[in-house]
Each structure stands twice: as structure tokens, then as C-alpha cells.
Design a protein around this ligand. Structure first.
Ligand SMILES: Nc1nc2c(c(=O)[nH]1)N[C@H]1C(S)=C(S)[C@@H](COP(=O)(O)O)O[C@H]1N2
Ligand SMILES: [Mo]
Length: 434
């Protein structure tokens, strides 16, 4: 597939009727399958800038030709080496060799949007509402968050729950992330628990619901692109923060300016961007993408392709142990018999990484890598090894991390699940010795 044909084209090729629904807010009823009507028609017309006289003849899932031409998309501020998976919504991943920094620069942080990429809201207009199961509902300004609370600075990994989805067979619909929906930037902000304490969290507050000012792709203001939240224990963890700065700078537009949640180690969807409200709830939040199969996996292993009933699906919490080879870049040539450094990053959701092993003989023998402790909990960890490829030829470098509970990455793609989450298969790169 050409890069230019991605974006809207990819959305339609995955599932045309769902693309209609996402883009135009139109649900296809079984009786009226096939034609765009009502609000869906109105929003498509608005996007095209004209009414569509022959809309009654227009089949479902047809990309208006006005949008279907090549889209050569590049997001401002991003490294040109990143891979654009989709431009509406914007979804961009980072190749492994661009994740070699211990602190991921904003230019190399993947982007995962469910709705629009909003223009930053003027700071003077922005407020964060804390309400629901609290004694004193609050409205905080950016200055309040800057001045009235303690700040922490932490390196925190965010990984999209769907990172690695592309490897599942039969394929799961959604963005076809390979390995690059992971990053570890340095975030400065206020501990969410300090804010919840200030508002007087009630005993009855068991979960949060997060809201933001990005918009549903349909343009329908009554729909949220995503509104997730989590159990209060995770939200009270001292590493869960309301971030105000990314790598010491204002948070870029794509990453949630002016302020976002970071709930590290759990699927990235817990880390609401463009945050405007935290609703403390006395039940599991039921916002957009909290219901159905979103961010859920079967409670038991299922055969690939199984239709799993909703009541047998459970929420993903901690992400699994995983690692990347970030140096050298895949395909690099080295001199046979000469030592060279291989290195990468490893992380393990709520856990710490205990060991990383590398192999250059397709897993027959493994060598233990040097592994750095995390600078703070929930940061990824650097690993390094010196290797020597004995003679000229083709090699693969395989890396396998093990967490502090003794759980390792599988060499093969792990348990298939309907939405293609949690693929923590070992990463491998090829190298040539000459
Ligand atoms: N408001 C809002 N927050 C959001 C999203 C979104 O679409 N809208 N996407 C979520 C998902 S699914 C992920 S993986 C992370 C990605 O964060 P990033 O784009 O900064 O990498 O943001 C989360 N927060
Ligand atoms: Mo995600």
C-alpha cells in the first residue's frame, strides 16, 4: 500500500460501514443498509461543502472521490521517519530505531487519536472540572494546577493497547500498529491523587471517567471520541498524574495540550488527552470506548477468529512485559567477527523488567544483556549487549525480556483476541555480517 493512500482510504478498506459511522456518525440499520441518510448525510455534505443531489444512489462505504485522492500527510513537529497509519483520525507510529532515546522526544512520540486533533484551547478558557463523588466539586485553571499543587517529574511509558495488532491473524480491525505505539517521555504534573484529595474524595468514589475537548469525527457535539477512566486505586497511584509539561515544554497539540492524564503501564487509552473533566463515579465509567469489546480481552484463551460473548470479556489493566531492539537499525551491516553493541528498551506495565536476553542464532543460545534499573517506577529500562557475529551472512537479533514475576515475552504471537490487543511477541531485527 502506498503511503499516500492511507488515512481515509485505510479506514474504508478496514470496514466501510464502520468508516461511514466513524466519519459521518451514521449507523447502518439492517433494513436501510446501503444508503446514507439523516445526520450522516448532513455531515458528509458539510465536509464536502455541498448537498449531494443523488445521495439516494450513493452506496454505503463509498469514499467520496473528493477525499479519495492521495493524501500526503505529515504532522508538524514529527520526525519524518515516523509512519503515518492514518490521517483521519491521526495515527502515527515510531520505527524501533527512532525509539533509542531514553527520554522520547515529542517529535518521536507516537500519536493515537480517536477523534479530531483539536487546535489548542486558549489557556484563559481552559478549566479542569472535578465532580461526582467528591465533597467539593472544583474547577481548576492551568494557573491553579501550576501554583497550588506539588509537581513531580517522571519518565513514564505509554503504550497503546493495540500496539502489535498488525500481527494477529485473522486480522483485528483498527489501526494496524506494528511495534511503534510505545514511548517514554518525561512528564511533569500534579499527582491525580492530590487533586482528588483536595476535592474530598468520597468513600463512594470507586472509578473515574475522563472527558476532553477533542471532537468526534462526525462533528456531532453530542458524541465523545473517547471517554475512558479507571479504578480509583490506579488513579490514586502516585505515578498517575495530570501532566502539564512534556519534556519540560508545553504539551504539544497532538499530545493533549494543555493538560492530560498519564496513567502509566496501562493501555494508553487510560491517559486522556486534552483533559477537561474528571467525573468521580460510584460505578465503572460507561463512556465511549468503555463498553462492548473496547480495551477488553477474553477471560480465557480462544481459538483465532472466535466470536466471544461480551460478558466473557474483561478490561485490560497492566500491559505485559515487552522490549525493542532500538540499535542498530534493522538491516545494518557489521564486520564478521568484530564486536558491536546491540541495545534497546524494555518495560513491563505495572512491573519492573528483571532481565533481557538476546540471541543471534534463532534462539538456540541466549546471552544475558546488561539492564539498567528504571530511573523511576513506570519508566522503560535500557538494555545493552556486546555481540560478535562469527562469519559473513544473514543474522537475526532476537530480544526477550522477563519481568520481576518471572513472566517472559513469547517468541510467537500470543493469544489471539477479537480486537487485537496485548501482542508482546519478541522483537527481532535482521543484520548482515560482511
Ligand atoms: N482525548 C483523547 N485522549 C486520548 C485519546 C483520544 O483519542 N482522545 N487516545 C488515547 C489512546 S487510545 C492512546 S494509546 C493515548 C496515546 O497518547 P499519545 O497520542 O500522546 O501517544 O492517548 C489516549 N488519550
Ligand atoms: Mo490506544
Amino acid at each position: 500500500m502506498h503511503k499516500e493512500e492511507r488515512g481515509i482510504g485505510e479506514l474504508y478498506s478496514e470496514d466501510p460501514e464502520r468508516a461511514d459511522e466513524l466519519l459521518w456518525g451514521r449507523k447502518t440499520g439492517p433494513s436501510r443498509r446501503g444508503f446514507l441518510r439523516g445526520a450522516g448525510l448532513a455531515s458528509m455534505g458539510a465536509a464536502l461543502g455541498a448537498t449531494i443531489p443523488f445521495h439516494a444512489n450513493m452506496p454505503a462505504g463509498l469514499i467520496p472521490a473528493a477525499f479519495a485522492q492521495g493524501i500526503d500527510f505529515q504532522l508538524e513537529g514529527k520526525d519524518p521517519g515516523l509512519t503515518v497509519l492514518n490521517d483521519r483520525p491521526v495515527n502515527i507510529e515510531t520505527p524501533p530505531h527512532l525509539l533509542d532515546d531514553d527520554v522520547t522526544p515529542a517529535s518521536r512520540h507516537f500519536v493515537r487519536n480517536n477523534g479530531t486533533l483539536p487546535d489548542p484551547m486558549p489557556l484563559s478558557d481552559w478549566r479542569l472540572t472535578i465532580d461526582g463523588e467528591v465533597e467539593t466539586p472544583m474547577e481548576l485553571s492551568y494557573d491553579d494546577l501550576m501554583n497550588d499543587f506539588d509537581h513531580v517529574t517522571l519518565r513514564l511509558q505509554i503504550e497503546c493497547g493495540g500496539n502489535g495488532r498488525a500481527a494477529y491473524d485473522p486480522p483485528a480491525r483498527g489501526n494496524q500498529w506494528t511495534t511503534g505505539a510505545i514511548a517514554n517521555s518525561e512528564w511533569t504534573g500534579v499527582r491525580l491523587r492530590d487533586i482528588l484529595h483536595a476535592a474530598g474524595l468520597k468513600q463512594s468514589g470507586t472509578h473515574t471517567g475522563h472527558f476532553s475537548y477533542d471532537e468526534h469525527l462526525s462533528g456531532n457535539p453530542d458524541l465523545d471520541p473517547i471517554s475512558r477512566g479507571g479504578p480509583i486505586n490506579k488513579m490514586m497511584d502516585p505515578h498517575t498524574i495530570i501532566a502539564l509539561k512534556m519534556n519540560g515544554e508545553d504539551i504539544p497539540a497532538a499530545h493533549g495540550n494543555p493538560c492530560r492524564v498519564i496513567a502509566p503501564g496501562w493501555p494508553g487509552s487510560f491517559s486522556q488527552k486534552w483533559l477537561t473533566r474528571i467525573w468521580v463515579r460510584n460505578q465503572v465509567h460507561d463512556g465511549t470506548k468503555m463498553t462492548g469489546q473496547s480495551y477488553r480481552v477474553p477471560r480465557y484463551p480462544v481459538a483465532p477468529g472466535t466470536d466471544v460473548p461480551e460478558e466473557d470479556m474483561m478490561f485490560i489493566e497492566s500491559m505485559p512485559v515487552k522490549s525493542l531492539v532500538t540499535f542498530p537499525e534493522a538491516g545494518t551491516e557489521v564486520a564478521a567477527g568484530m564486536p558491536f553493541e546491540v541495545r534497546g528498551q524494555a518495560w513491563a506495565g505495572d512491573n519492573e523488567v528483571a532481565a533481557v536476553d538476546v540471541s543471534f542464532d534463532f534462539g538456540a543460545t541466549w546471552q544475558r544483556a546488561d539492564l539498567s534499573p528504571p530511573p523511576n517506577r513506570y519508566s522503560w529500562q535500557r538494555w545493552r549487549a556486546n555481540l560478535r557475529l562469527p562469519m559473513a551472512g544473514y543474522y537475526e537479533i532476537w530480544a526477550r525480556a522477563t519481568d520481576d514475576e518471572g513472566v517472559s515475552q513469547p517468541m510467537v504471537v500470543p493469544g489471539w483476541n477479537p480486537r487485537g490487543y496485548l501482542n508482546n511477541q519478541c522483537h527481532r531485527i535482521h543484520m548482515m555480517a560482511v
